[in-house]
Design a protein around this ligand. Structure first.
Ligand SMILES: *[C@@H]1O[C@H](CO)[C@@H](O)[C@H](O)[C@H]1NC(C)=O
Ligand SMILES: *[C@@H]1O[C@H](CO)[C@@H](O)[C@H](O)[C@H]1NC(C)=O
Length: 505
């Protein structure tokens, strides 16, 4: 037995509760990258002998997960068509200009739309209207991404809930889990700053935080509540509001871990499991293995992820990359989604799809040109490859900023990229050893944990089932009205009656 297998076996003996549970996992949001985390959890649950019913827009049927895996395949709701209609863009590359606040509203919009779409599907309707629901499942696993309608299945089947934040963190978790977030050093995910903020950044953080909270209260919750009413009002005499459903979330898995997320207050049921999708590296396809093995001066890996397509870049941007790559001694492996790329220099290889994590694990890979998506950044940090970041939208900017401030990344703005800027950044990353040193340090921190990311997630899933929802994990703050939570009632008494109060003391 390999040491890792033995360790896993010991962990199972120590922590495993031995019995397979029945898990219902509705995941409505059709954003492929999010399923890097979700799919990894689903596979692991099935492999550990749980029965999983997975409601998903992306099939795992090809993987033959066996009899304990049941799939309910949702038709694909086209989020990108929605976004491009609202934003009047034809390519994700254009999202680089979208203001942060618009990006948040877009995220909510696709969350609401995909929830509405999923709940209307006949297969989901069957689950909603099934007889004898109670006792059929032991746990509901859902995504924490503006899809709260899915929580209704937990309510109907009366099972505890664990939600999965495929993004790292959101400030509204404060209200959800009953704690106060210090805005002085916890930046909003939509701001491009780290935990060291200037006065103006703190001001911006407070303003966008307040705006987000009010927007959630006044627009987002009512919109999600209306969707739930639409599908459940005929079934139940009283339909719970999203806020009530949220109070029953037993635990949340955060796709984050130090040093990619800075220290901050959290409650006992917020569990950091960032990087759980990363598997031990597998052997690369022969021609890629050879291309990298024979890269005498090392190699650069270039991919903008699954949404942003390199192939959509206009010719003048492509020529910048091709021009600089042609002058490098290094080889370049480029995820490029089109068959033809004219004038390809001899040291550049393009492929439509590449096994990213396994490539980053190759010792010859020295720089990762990336858009800064969370999963790619975790893989880069795990395998200690310095990053040239070219962010487009959502959390990509802050992810790259984090890397710049930790000294393992350099940032480039796609909008004003030039041959000089690109060459300067690449030369710096390749020739100055500090980036690799800083990355090695970050990598060590990211990997050094009391229990591996996946084992941690499995432990808490078993725990929540074993303790029937583990209500002892949930902070009492979630049940307080806001004026009590912020002690405004106490402040009022002190203000109007301070003689008597202080007389008491
Ligand atoms: C399938 O799940 C049941 C529990 O629901 C478990 O007892 C059984 O061992 C599982 N089978 C496999 C092949 O994992
Ligand atoms: C929350 O959980 C409790 C205990 O399991 C249950 O009685 C209650 O109905 C749940 N509330 C909602 C809104 O699902």
């Amino acid at each position: 037995m390999k040491p890792s297998t033995i360790i896993r076996f010991i962990i199972l003996l120590l922590f495993g509760h031995g019995e397979g549970a029945r898990i219902l996992a509705p995941f409505f949001l059709p954003v492929r990258s999010h399923f890097m985390m979700t799919n990894a959890i689903i596979r692991e649950l099935v492999q550990r002998g749980h029965e999983v019913t997975f409601i998903t827009p992306f099939s795992l049927a090809k993987e033959n997960l066996g009899a304990n895996y049941t799939e309910v395949l949702l038709p694909l709701y086209n989020t990108w068509a929605d976004i491009s209609e609202i934003m009047k863009t034809s390519s994700a590359l254009d999202m680089v200009d979208v203001p942060k606040w618009t990006a948040m509203k877009l995220a909510q919009h696709i969350g609401l739309k995909s929830t509405d779409f999923a709940l209307a599907q006949p297969e989901i309707q069957k689950l909603i209207h099934a007889k004898d629901k109670v006792g059929k499942y032991d746990l509901l696993l859902v995504e924490q991404f503006y899809n709260e309608g899915a929580l209704m299945l937990g309510h109907l089947y009366q099972v505890p809930v664990i939600s999965i934040a495929t993004f790292a963190y959101a400030n509204y978790f404060s209200q959800l889990f009953g704690f106060i977030t210090p805005l002085s050093y916890v930046p909003n995910v939509f701001l491009s700053c780290t935990d060291r903020m200037t006065l103006w950044q703190r001001l911006e953080n407070v303003v966008i935080g307040a705006k987000e909270d009010f927007h959630r209260e006044l627009f987002y919750y009512p919109a999600q509540d209306a969707i739930i009413k639409k599908y459940f009002a005929s079934l139940l005499p009283e339909v719970p509001r999203v806020k009530e459903l949220e109070r029953n979330i037993s635990a949340i898995f955060l796709n984050s871990y130090m040093p990619l997320t800075s220290p901050r207050p959290m409650t006992f049921n917020m569990i950091s499991v960032g990087g759980l999708h990363i598997q031990p590296p597998k052997r690369l396809p022969g021609h890629i293995q050879k291309f990298l093995d024979e890269a005498e001066h090392g190699a650069i890996y270039f991919s903008l992820g699954s949404q942003v397509r390199s192939a959509d870049m206009p010719a003048e941007k492509l020529n910048i990359f091709l021009g600089v790559f042609a002058r490098l001694k290094q080889r370049v492996l480029w995820k490029f989604e089109d068959d033809k790329l004219p004038n390809l220099p001899g040291n550049v290889k393009v492929e439509k799809w590449l096994p990213q994590a396994d490539i980053l694990a190759h010792p010859k890979v020295r720089v990762f040109i990336a858009h800064g998506g969370l999963f790619g950044m975790q893989e880069a940090v795990h395998h200690a490859v310095p990053v040239l970041g070219m962010p487009f939208y959502f959390d990509q900017n802050p992810n790259i900023k984090e890397g710049i401030s930790a000294g393992y990344a350099i940032g480039l703005d796609y909008r004003d990229i030039s041959e000089e800027k690109l060459e300067l950044a690449l030369t710096e990353l390749l020739s100055n050893p500090k980036y690799k040193d800083n990355m090695n340090r970050a990598s060590k921190i990211f990997r050094d944990r009391p229990l591996g990311a996946m084992d941690t997630a499995m432990y808490w899933i078993d725990y929540v089932i074993e303790h029937r929802g583990a209500p002892h994990l949930v902070a009492a703050g979630v049940n307080l009205p806001w004026y009590q939570f912020y002690l405004l009632d106490v402040v009022a008494i002190i203000k109007f009656d301070n003689d008597n109060i202080f007389g008491l003391l």
